[in-house]
Every structure is written in C-alpha cells, then in structure tokens.
Design a protein around this ligand. Structure first.
Ligand code: PMP
Length: 430
C-alpha cells in the first residue's frame, strides 16, 4: 500500500508539532513507523490522503460507536451550526444532553459537562477531595484516566506503593497523594484501606479496562471496592470514559450491576465532538461551584455543536440499541482472531466485552498490568503492520482495546479475519 501524500504531510508535521501529532497515542510509537494521515471517514471506513481505504477498529479511540458520519448526527450538527458555534451562556442543548445522561447512566442524578475525558477525571478527583476533605486517591496500575498530573503515575508493584510520577514535569508533590494498587486484587485494596483508610478521598478505576488492552474485573474485586469505600467514607469514582454507552447503554455499571458515587464520561457522550462529563449523587454534585465551593469551569463547556452531536448519538443508542448486533460482531471477530492465531500456532489469548476486545500475544488472559505487560509486543507490531497494509486499521498498541461500530457488517469482520489469518500464518515460528 503506497502512502506518498501521508509521508509528505507527516514529514512536515514533525517540524511543526511535537512528534508530528497532537496526541501521542496516534503516532504509531509503539509499533514503529509513520502514522497514516486521514482525509475522511464514512460508516466503518477511513480514507487516507492517498485514497486508501481501511476498515476502522479505532473509531476515534471509542466515540464513533454508530460509525462515522451517522446521518442523524450529521443532521443534528448541521442544524446546530446554523444557530451558533458557542454561547458561553446556558442553552437548551445542555439540558437535553444532561437529561439523557441522567436517564441512561443508573448512578447519575446530577451532571456537569466539560470538554474532554481528562477534564472529567481531573474534576471528579477534585470533587472527591473537596467533598471528603481528604487528600489521598487510589488508582490502579495500568489504568489510564487522561493526563491529569496526580493520575500520571507509574504502575506499582504487588504491594501498595506511594505514587512516583511517570512524566517529566509531573512533580513528586502532585503525585504524593496517589496510591497505586494492583487491579483485580481485593486483598491489596484491603491492605491499603487498612493502612490509609481515614485519609482516602476516593478510588478511581476503569470498570472494564481498555488502557492495558481489554481487562475484565472480577465481581469480587468490584464488590470489595464498593464495600471498602462505603466503610471508610471514600468515594468510588468509576471512569467510564471508554466504557460509557459502549458496553451497554448505561455503561459498565449497568452491565456489571454496581453503583459508584461518581462517574466520568467522555468519547461517546460527544458523538465524536469534544465533550466529557462527570456526575453522580446529587448530594455530592451539589458541592461543585456555583452550587457549592469546589471550583471547576470551562469556556467551551456545554458547547452547542458538541451537545448536538452527543444528543443525537445517545438518542440513537437509546431508541435503536445496537448492542445485540455489536455483541454478535464482537463474538465473530474475537473468535475469528483467536482461531487465526491458534491455527498459526501463535500463543495468544482474547479478552472481550461486547464490541471492545483485545487479542493479546500472551497465552494467558491478562487480569492486571503485571500479566498484561508480559505480552509479546514485537509480534503485535508485525501483526499491526500486516493488517494495516491489508486495509485494516487496528489500534497501534497491544495495550489498547479495539472497537467495533454499529456500521460494521459481518462481511467487514470476515474480511478482517481473513487478513489476520494471512498475516499470522506468515509469522512462521521466528
Ligand atoms: N479515562 C479513560 C478510561 C480513557 O480511556 C481516556 C482516554 N483514552 C481518558 C480518561 C482521557 O480522555 P481524553 O483523552 O478525552 O482526555
């Protein structure tokens, strides 16, 4: 597959943007080589600036659950453009989107719109601290919550470790109140609460992890987290930026049946436009300014174009739920990819929840960062490039989930499996 225009644009991009990109995840850093520069998207497909077509399994890293350019969303955004780009004043779209979020996400009684997932988690952490009057936050190794300073902390060891920043520019002071715990390890969580319980403001977690590849929590882990946070007066902060409206219309909390105190949302809630949101019990949310004293603000928060895309997307998901279709396509793809790896005698495992899945080049299904990080990333890179050059656009890291949209067809999935069979069979036993 030739990409001369992509190459020329990216070569220039490297001179004017750090690493040629505006967000590192899209730079193909984990697999080596140049990213593809995109021109347009439609349904399940991306088209690059050289006219090559790809079946898209990133969906803008999650938001495009209906597929690209869904007609209902396009119509809604066009209508909004005719009225205003931004008000900086209350507008009815904000009510409508917040009503939908409250209707669909079981634990949310009151919500605040922001402009990204990072803002949502940052604000939820501040609220948890402001509400409880405590400083410490527990996060799990391998969970990602955006580039919030206090949450940019290295994966810990098996024991609880006080956070060590993993980016220059994040001070030790900012992360000293972050405690790292092992995912899916209730005993570790109990140890931490036993030692620090009275100083813990909240526990933030991905309810189904996407950011170390797809990793599924045990019921015991979630139950223990709920009980310990209740017992110690800390808030359970469920980061559904990736899982919200994805694994079920009410997110992972609906699918797995638990009730967090606060929930953060992003991606799908804006239908591809920049929105995030955080919400929860009214009594907690009332602490946010100007109802309460916890400061949080945003010039473009509740932007009318973004709310229009979000409303159209959520209404579509509510009124014509695609989740059964997504489950079928997910099963078809997951089973097909795993069988392709097995046929080629390549050690692999597959984790999946509905339309969110990961083929791990790792014979054991990961349950936490320690097990996920044992995957063969060199093999993954070969797999990734083999698929890309056959017109299949997968996430460019072993440690990302792939997403299927309602616009994918069984034929798209079959074509993807056929490409994977070809790529994996060509690996040999090198
Ligand atoms: N939380 C989770 C679980 C995420 O996956 C992400 C982004 N991938 C974020 C938060 C941050 O969202 P954003 O990139 O919109 O700031």
């Amino acid at each position: 597959m030739q990409r001369p225009n992509s190459h020329a644009i990216f070569t220039r991009a490297k001179e004017i943007m750090p690493g040629g990109v505006n967000s590192p995840a899209r730079a193909f850093g984990a697999v080596g080589g140049e990213p593809v520069v995109m021109d347009r998207a439609s349904g399940a497909y991306l088209f690059d600036v050289d006219g090559n077509q790809y079946i898209d399994y990133i969906g803008s890293w999650g938001p495009m659950i209906l597929g690209h350019q869904h007609p209902a969303v396009v119509v809604a955004v066009r209508a909004a453009v005719e009225k205003a780009f931004s008000f900086g004043a209350p507008s009815p779209g904000e009510n409508e989107l917040c009503e939908l979020i409250i209707e669909l996400v079981p634990s949310i009684e009151m919500v605040r719109l922001v402009s990204s997932g990072t803002e949502a988690t940052m604000s939820a952490i501040r609220l948890a601290r402001g509400y409880t009057g405590r400083d410490r936050i527990i996060k799990f190794a391998g969970n990602y919550h955006g580039h919030v300073d206090s949450l940019l902390v290295a994966a810990g060891s098996s024991a609880a470790t006080l956070g060590v920043p993993n980016s220059p520019g994040v001070t030790a002071g900012t992360t000293q109140d972050t405690i790292i715990c092992r995912y899916n390890d209730p005993a570790n969580l109990e140890e931490i609460f036993a030692e620090h319980g009275s100083t813990i403001a909240g526990v933030i977690f991905e309810p189904i992890v996407g950011n170390m590849g797809t990793v599924i929590p045990t019921a015991e882990f979630l139950q223990t987290m709920r009980e310990l946070t209740w017992k110690h007066g800390a808030l359970m902060i469920c980061d559904e930026v990736m899982t919200g409206f994805r694994v079920a219309v009410g997110g992972a909390q609906q699918l797995l049946d638990f009730t967090p105190d606060l929930t953060t949302l992003g991606k799908i809630v804006g239908g591809g436009m920049p929105i995030g949101a955080y919400g929860g019990r009214k009594e907690v949310m009332q602490h946010v300014l100007p109802a309460g004293k916890v400061f949080q603000a945003g010039t473009l928060s509740g932007n009318p174009l973004a709310t229009a895309a979000g409303i159209a997307t959520l209404k579509q998901l509510r009124d014509q739920p695609p989740y059964e279709k997504l489950e079928q396509l997910g099963a078809q793809l997951g089973d097909g990819l795993l069988a392709a790896a097995q046929a080629a005698k390549i050690p692999a495992s597959l984790t999946r929840v509905g339309s969110m899945l990961t083929l791990f080049f790792n014979p054991m299904q990961p349950t936490d960062w320690d097990t996920a990080s044992q995957s063969d990333t060199t093999r993954f890179a070969r797999y990734f490039w083999g698929l890309l050059n056959r017109g299949v656009y997968m996430p460019c890291s072993q440690y990302e989930a792939l997403f299927i949209s309602a616009a994918h067809s069984p034929a798209d999935i079959q074509a993807t499996i056929a490409a994977a069979q070809e790529v994996l069979a060509g690996f040999g036993e090198k």
